[in-house]
Each structure stands twice: as C-alpha cells, then as structure tokens.
Design a protein around this ligand. Sequence first.
Ligand code: AP5
Ligand code: MG
Ligand code: ZN
Length: 214
Amino acid sequence: MHILLMGPPGAGKGTQAAELVKEFGVPHISTGDMFRAAVKEGTELGKQAKACMDAGKLVPDEVTIGIVRERLAKDDCKKGFILDGFPRTVEQADALKGILEDLGLSLTRVLNINVPAADLIERAVGRRICKKCGATYHVKFNPSKTEGTCDECGSELFQRADDTEETMKSRLSVYEDSTRPLIEYYQKAGLYTEVDGRQAIDKVTSDLVAVLKG
Ligand code: AP5
Ligand code: MG
Ligand code: ZN
C-alpha cells in the first residue's frame, strides 16, 4: 500500500489521508505538514519554507526531496505510506522514483482527488484546523460541533496563514504550471486513478477505499 494522494490545494488530501490511515494503518506523510512543523520549531528549514509557503510558492525541489528521502527511509514506510502533497513537480516525481528504487519499494497507485478550481478557494478560506491534534474542519462543509473548538480533543481551532484568497490564487497557479503535468506522468506509468472530489467527504473516502481494495 504505497500510494500517492494528489490533487490541487484544498482538494481534500489531508482530510482523506486521515480516513485512509484509519482504514489501512500506514503512515501519512504530508510535506506541507512537515514544513509547518519546521516553521513551528523555528529551524533553518522552517525559515526557508515559511517564506515560500506564505507567498504560495513551492519550496525548492532539492530541499523538499531531501526531507522526503529521509522520511521514506524510516522503517514504518516498509509496510506502506500515503504521500500527500509530494511530488509536485516532474523533478520531484523523477527523484521519488529513484528513492523508491533504492529502498526496493514501488508505488501501488496514484490517486487524484479532482475538484474544479472554482470550489477550491472557498474550501481553503473556510478551513479550520485543531492546534493540538490537527483535525481538519470547514466552517460550512464540515463544521465542528462548537464553533472554534475541536470535536476530538476540545482544543482551539486556527486558520492556516496561507489560507487567504490572495495566497490561494498563487497556489492554484503554481499547481497548474508545475503539478498538473504529473497527471499525464502517472497516466503514462499506468498508475493513475481519478476520484470525484466534489462529492461529500465520506463518499470520496468510500470511492478511494474501493479503488485501493479493488
Ligand atoms: P500543503 O499543506 O500540502 O497544501 P496544499 O497542497 O495547498 O493542500 P491543502 O493542505 O491546502 O489541501 P488538502 O488537499 O490537504 O485539503 P484538506 O483536506 O485540508 O502545502 C502547503 C505549502 O507547503 C505549499 O504551498 C508549498 O509552499 C509547500 N509544499 C508542500 N509540499 C511541497 C512540495 N512537494 N514541494 C514544494 N513545496 C511544497 O481540505 C480543505 C478544506 O476543504 C477543509 O476545510 C476540509 O474540511 C474541506 N473539505 C475536504 N473535503 C471536502 C469535500 N469533499 N467537500 C467539501 N469540503 C471538503
Ligand atoms: Mg493538506
Ligand atoms: Zn483536536
């Protein structure tokens, strides 16, 4: 179960990865989450990543590839992983191929959550995340029971710094230029499957699970 979860910003990669972790018990590896953790820790990597993220630009390939290489070498990835938000460029996809070859692993499937651009800004701007456990909500599409408070652990919810309309425009344009070409890349590799991400969250999950079990 070595899978890539792809999709434009705000498509639901993190939301669905959390469900797939429950179903399949493999680690969820999100480069965005790794960069945000580095920002919080105030490391050199965090400083570099923050400037890129706040501008809605990609962190340089060599930096991103380096942290993924380290993470995938850990033992827990042998049984599987769900990679979320990596690769995002053809250079990253080529590097991933080499990393997996070195580890004696190969991709099981590439799943793309397809959502039209028109819906994505609303998804990002309305997103709320738990400070403590990372659970993801949406003020309209998936609200917490008490506004501003996490259902799972009772902690406070926050908004990501890059979830503004302006930054989303830049993230979407970067997606079109740098990441969309990966659809054809993985189609050619015979690994690509698309799921309709406009459906309700639980329906998207059941479609993804059906592909992976089918
Ligand atoms: P990252 O954190 O990966 O951001 P992203 O790709 O823009 O994706 P998001 O996390 O915003 O969205 P998501 O698809 O996870 O959606 P979610 O489930 O939260 O990356 C951030 C930044 O880090 C990048 O901009 C870049 O700077 C850097 N970076 C990361 N990886 C990199 C790489 N490989 N190379 C270089 N730089 C990199 O859902 C969104 C909202 O929608 C939520 O509120 C949710 O509740 C709601 N929602 C989910 N599903 C549905 C549904 N079916 N219906 C209605 N609402 C829904
Ligand atoms: Mg995410
Ligand atoms: Zn929580």
